[in-house]
Design a protein around this ligand. Structure first.
Ligand code: PGA
Ligand code: ZN
Length: 415
């Protein structure tokens, strides 16, 4: 049972406040958690409560922290660890506009961890129960744009999937090799900014077109000697450049209809080894999403801002046959158990799951345990640079070294 809940304001990787929490159980087991924050957040996500006012440009979370130590603590103290999420849900309903999903998730994660600590196991093992632990195939950011790199390019991420790797450590090694080779190529081609990093540790490069970014990463894969073993993944985060009913590629000076944007993406998929495309259309463009699903057979089509780790939105997508994979961001949902339910629903519908961090992160790495314990198959936490990113890769390497795990393995078997 929960004995005490404490909260405080910490900092995320963008220097903005975020909620931190410690949950202590009757037996003395205790655990902390800090929560992340998105920049290209979907409008249907659970609500992140910010103070407004002058502190930190209005981004303070003292009110959310007061709810951690107030209403949320009152609801969970004395409650069995297995019933904590239900108790949290009794305080406020999704999207948690009153207490803040940032407050709710901090308690939910810290409690899950405290339960694992009490049981003397890792959070991954606690979530998996008696089932196997699965190390995910990583999806690793190489070039960043959009809201994560001052719109250096319009699309948000060009990533790699080391699909032919036979172990998690090898997958990360290959991704790091591509990151290094791409940075060297970029510098040789006169992109001085290749020495700097974007919000998720990728290269923030001002390139003339989005296609040029794909081309550069493909050249990086080639320079690393990994052609045929590493493929591309894209996150367009198209909601961010959907403006006045059109998709506005500002760097290229083009305004596209949904059909024209899908044609553009289809041409990238024809010319480059693109395995996965996330948010190719805006968050409420269901018709465009349906069209894209028909136009891009064989490509993993991931809904992030579309599904926002929400059972109802996922069910709508499944019913309409839209997309075939879900990005699972616990803070879009608010509860560990809520995000787990989305993973189960996706699996039941034959959709793949990719557990994901946010662009604003901390050194906390619980999201890695979630991916392994839930056997999600894939994970996306940014690039191989910046400590808030490597914290997650390093936690996965730790679980690979110390736990009995299998690797999700070659692309075709990641389901
Ligand atoms: P965000 O970006 O955390 O800024 O929303 C991550 C993503 O879009 O996948
Ligand atoms: Zn996304």
């Amino acid at each position: 049972r929960v004995r005490e809940v404490r909260g405080w304001e910490a900092l995320d990787s963008r220097g903005r406040p975020t909620v931190a929490c410690r949950v202590t159980l009757d037996g003395g087991a205790a655990a902390t958690a800090t929560v992340p924050s998105g920049a290209s957040a979907g409008s249907h996500e659970a609500v992140e409560l910010r103070d407004g006012g002058a502190r930190y440009g209005g981004r303070g979370v003292r009110t959310a922290v007061s709810h951690v130590e107030g209403a949320l603590a009152a609801a969970v103290i004395g409650v069995d660890i297995a019933a904590v999420d239900d108790a949290l849900r009794s305080v406020d309903k999704p999207p948690y506009a009153a207490v803040g999903a940032n407050a709710v998730l901090a308690v939910s994660v810290a409690a899950a961890r405290a339960g694992a600590a009490e049981a003397g196991v890792t959070l991954a093992r606690q979530l998996a129960g008696d089932g196997p632990l699965l190390l995910p195939m990583p999806m690793v950011n190489i070039v960043s744009g959009g809201a994560h790199a001052a719109s250096a390019i319009d699309i948000q991420d060009v990533l790699v999937i080391p699909h032919a790797a036979t172990g998690f450590a090898e997958a990360i090694e290959w991704a790091a090799a591509v990151r290094t080779a791409t940075a060297e190529l970029a510098q040789r081609r006169g992109h001085d900014a290749a020495a700097l990093v974007a919000d998720e540790g990728g290269l923030g490069l001002r390139l003339p077109t989005n296609r040029a970014a794909l081309e550069l990463v493909v050249d990086g894969i080639d320079a690393a000697g990994l052609t045929g073993r590493v493929g591309l993944a894209l996150d367009l985060a198209a909601t961010e450049f959907f403006d006045g009913g059109a998709y506005h590629l500002r760097r290229e000076g083009r305004r596209l209809t949904a059909t024209e944007l899908i044609d553009e993406v289809a041409s990238w998929c024809a010319d480059y080894p693109v395995l996965s495309v996330e948010d190719p259309l805006a968050e409420d463009d269901w018709a465009g999403w349906a069209a894209a699903t028909g136009r891009l057979p064989g490509v993993q089509l991931v809904g992030d801002d579309l599904f926002v780790t929400d059972l109802d939105r996922l069910a709508r997508g499944v019913a309409a046959g839209v997309g075939n994979a879900v990005l699972v961001k616990p803070n879009q949902n608010g509860l560990v158990s809520g995000a787990a339910a989305v993973v189960r629903a996706a699996r039941d519908a034959g959709y793949r799951t990719i557990v994901s961090a946010r662009s604003g992160e901390t050194e906390d790495a619980w999201v890695a345990d979630l991916a392994v314990g839930w056997r999600a198959g894939q994970i996306k936490v940014g690039s191989t640079h910046r400590s808030e990113r490597t914290a997650k890769w390093n936690r996965l390497l730790e679980l690979a070294a110390l736990e009995d795990t299998t690797f999700a393995g070659p692309w075709k078997e990641t389901r």
